[in-house]
Design a protein around this ligand. Structure first.
Ligand code: GLN
Ligand code: ZN
Length: 785
């Protein structure tokens, strides 16, 4: 440890990790060209190296002095870790030695020749015929997806990729002494799965650690002095065995590689009841997420030993707001004075993988809003400014500080953000507004006589195939080469054809097909006040796929109806009911960058009121069934179990605010694209939708286990057709799933529908599949009547 003089002229400023795709998604395009066979591995690796070099140089020039390496990935850092330790399932045919790019991408996306198959807009699966990809799931509570490591009970680990060492060396050759990043061994194992259900992945820790030690030794031999080990599992609910595993892991690694210093990075929340465990680890530094959990700092300061280096994650790595730097300094200065500048590092709350690259590229965004935003590059500059002020005094960076304070003050006072009418309306919500006027059984009777549907009514989830033609027309319309009128004519034709076809095959409740929608959140965001959109604000979702989340910056209201015209047009074509189709407030919130100046629950309530207005207008226009999708309700669940109920309370309340203003005879539908909701089934019930459709076909109706003990009160359509696969399900497969469903649910509760919307499928797949679905419904009806 260096001596702790209480002020030095430099202070460590770290980034933890940076976006990989490049400012113009260069990596995405290079990957896709490579996968399409248009370029070779050499050209792909050259593009990657160029991006890394530019990224390192940029950090250095902006004043970051703890620059990460190995934060880059061709696909995913968890997959990189599986490959590094040789956790490669047999099906990939790996014979040992360095893992080839072909094997790596086979694990990522299935055999190279097969297409990547997309599921829901925001929840997609790598999927291929031939060789399947590894399973993919969400990285903590982000919209980044990682490849789930698959381990066996006789798993052996062996060092199979020197990527961390190679990237360290590459940076060194360019003059950068980096701090390599590794996903820590305990989080790696906790994220793993095994087909062998009796295997506890943590039991493999002792076999895994020597591989980590050998990578770390090689890094030290190359000259690394610090390493960043990411252990975000420390913000989850852990048990004693997990905590003991952390002790064992860091005891072992620090003893095996004593020449390296370890920065243990935790993020996405506070340490909470894992604080003591974290502080007892023999590491040299601890990174804290002080954006999500600012209050943990006092506790840490009180309990951390004096020479533990604290990395203070004060710039938001998960959101796009510019910080109020002088306010942060008021908080940080006494801490730096107390602990010493060499015992403190300034950092973003987590890797900046989760924010877009560079705000400078946004030419079209409102200039006021722009002055309140900060993307990865701007955040680096903010970090450096904080570091400079803490080391050399505020005067050394007074202009930057003044600009930051002015932006914060302007945002606080701006009429673009604040709308008194919206705030008043939200404050005036009464309990009656989130309650249907009579209970389900009574409404259901009214609705049944109103609709007179057959038993086991059939329907779909909303979208029909977004064909190449639909995308081309949308693109042309956006570019201005297709006129409004021609675009509308085109969409009307698509819609009419789809309505006619649904009638022909005998579906009972129709949808308009959603051809006019680019994305289920963006479509609404673009029509609501309070949302803005970027041109280049992409963040990685998985592999080469990026999303551009809307920015929710101000009070939300609905200037005019958003979907009524399309619904009216579709309904005018048929005597069968066509569902009004909306995205729910919780999903809009969870798939956006959300303002940080009011609670999420308050922002959500504003969206709920806007959707409530749309529901009312649809009803007034004659819609008898209105579906409000809450595809992302579950993924908004807090990481800690103890926080679930408060989230679910406001999330359910928001859904009810938008759905409860209707007459008894109006049927509210909702849809959710997942089946794991056994643990939130009460909340789902409390939403009190008249009909819910859910995903269940892939899990063979496993979901229905929840209904052993919980009697779902309303109507429900457990999906019988897996839309994530191009396969056309046979009639008997669907009748079998329905047989299982009927073991748990009453016949008069059951609807028949696919798992999710059909937009990612082809018409050739959808047509026979839905015809089989209708046939399955007819078969079941024949057996009960
Ligand atoms: N209504 C939407 C659709 O069918 C729902 C999509 C989703 O749940 N992800 O496309
Ligand atoms: Zn869905």
């Amino acid at each position: 440890m260096s001596t702790s003089t209480k002020s030095t002229s430099t202070l460590s400023v770290a980034t933890l990790g940076t976006p990989r795709m490049g400012p113009r998604r260069e990596l995405k395009f290079a990957l896709e060209r490579y996968w399409a066979g248009q370029t070779d591995a050499e050209s792909l690796t050259a593009t990657a190296a160029k991006l890394r070099a530019a990224n390192w140089a940029q950090q250095k020039s902006l004043g970051v002095n703890v620059i990460p390496s190995n934060d880059f990935s061709f696909y995913d850092q968890v997959l990189d870790t599986s490959v590094m330790v040789g956790a490669i399932p047999d099906i990939y045919g790996w014979k040992g030695g360095q893992v080839s790019l072909a094997t790596y991408f086979a694990m990522a996306r299935g055999s190279q020749t097969a297409a990547v198959d997309l599921a829901c807009a925001h929840d997609a699966d790598g999927h291929a015929e031939g060789m399947p990809a590894q399973e993919m799931t969400k990285w903590f509570d982000t919209n980044y997806h990682f490849m789930v490591p698959e381990l066996t009970s006789n798993q052996q680990f062996v060092l199979s990729s020197l990527k961390p060492v190679e990237e360290y060396r590459e940076a060194k050759a360019l003059g950068h002494r980096t701090r390599p990043v590794l996903l820590g061994p305990v989080t790696f194992l906790k994220l793993s799965k095994s087909k062998d259900l009796s295997l506890d992945p943590l039991s493999l820790l002792d076999r895994l650690l020597p591989v980590y030690a050998s990578v770390l030794q090689q890094l030290a031999a190359e000259g690394a002095d610090w390493v960043q080990c990411d252990e975000p599992c420390l913000v989850l609910d852990l048990n004693d065995a997990d905590r003991a595993a952390l002790q064992r892991a860091y005891g072992f690694l620090t003893a095996e590689v004593p020449q390296l210093k370890f920065m243990l990075a935790t993020y996405f929340g506070g340490l909470g009841d894992n604080l003591e465990a974290a502080l007892s680890l023999p590491v040299d530094g601890l990174h804290l997420d002080l954006v999500r959990a600012p209050n943990q700092l006092d506790d840490v300061l009180a309990k951390a030993h004096d020479d533990l280096v604290l990395s203070l994650g004060v710039i938001d790595g998960r959101n796009i707001w510019r910080a109020d730097l002088p306010a942060l300094l008021d908080w940080l200065e006494p801490i730096v004075a107390e602990r010493g500048a060499d015992q403190v590092q300034i950092a973003p709350s987590c890797s900046m993988l989760h924010v877009p690259v560079d705000l400078h590229q946004e030419a079209a965004i409102d200039p006021d809003l722009k002055s309140w935003l900060s993307f990865s590059v701007q955040k680096m500059a903010e970090l450096a400014t904080l570091g400079a002020a803490l080391a050399g005094g505020r005067r050394s960076v007074q202009d930057a500080l003044a600009a930051s304070a002015a932006a914060a003050a302007a945002r606080k006072a701006s009429p673009k953000v604040h709308d008194a009418k919206v705030v008043e309306r939200a404050a005036a919500v009464t309990p009656a507004m989130s309650k249907r006027s009579c209970p389900f059984e009574q409404r259901a009777r009214t609705q049944r006589s109103e609709f007179n549907l057959p038993a086991f009514p059939t329907t779909t989830i909303g979208s029909f195939p977004q064909t190449q033609e639909v995308r081309v027309a949308r693109g042309a319309h956006a570019k201005g080469t297709l006129s409004d009128a021609d675009y509308k004519t085109f969409l009307r034709e698509e819609t009419s054809r789809t309505i006619r076809w649904q009638e022909e095959i005998g579906l009972d409740v129709l949808v308009h097909g959603e051809f006019e929608r680019n994305d289920m959140v963006q479509y609404f965001g673009e029509q609501l006040a309070g949302f803005a959109f970027t041109e280049h604000g992409w963040v990685q979702s998985y592999g080469s796929r990026c999303v551009r989340p809307p920015i929710l910056f101000g009070d939300v209201f609905r200037p005019s109806p958003m979907t009524v015209e399309w619904w009216q047009f579709a309904q005018s074509l048929t005597a069968k009911p066509v569902k009004g189709m909306l995205t729910g407030p919780v999903t809009i919130l969870n798939w956006s960058f959300v303002r940080n100046d009011i609670p999420r629950s308050a922002a959500c309530r504003q969206i709920a009121l806007a959707i409530r207005d749309e529901v009312a207008d649809l009803e007034a226009a004659g819609a008898k069934m209105i579906q409000i999708d809450e595809a992302a309700l579950r993924e908004g669940l807090p990481l800690r179990r103890s926080e679930w109920s408060s989230y679910l309370d406001w999330a359910v309340e928001c859904f009810r605010i938008c759905s409860s203003g209707v007459k008894d005879r109006t049927q509210i539908h909702t849809h959710m694209c997942y089946s794991e909701f056994n643990d939130i089934i009460d909340a789902i019930g409390a939403m009190d939708a008249d009909v819910i459709s859910i995903e269940t076909s892939r899990s063979k109706m496993e979901l229905l286990d929840a209904f052993k003990t919980y009697r779902y009160p309303n109507e429900i359509g457990p999906g019988v057709y897996d839309i994530h696969s191009p396969r056309v399900p046979k009639v008997e497969e669907m009748t079998e799933l329905l047989r299982l469903a009927r073991l748990r649910l009453a016949d008069d509760q059951l609807w028949i529908n696919p798992d999710c919307g059909l937009k990612t499928r082809k018409w050739q797949e959808v047509q026979p599949a839905l015809m089989n679905m209708v046939a399955a419904a007819n078969q079941i009806r024949a057996t009960v009547s």
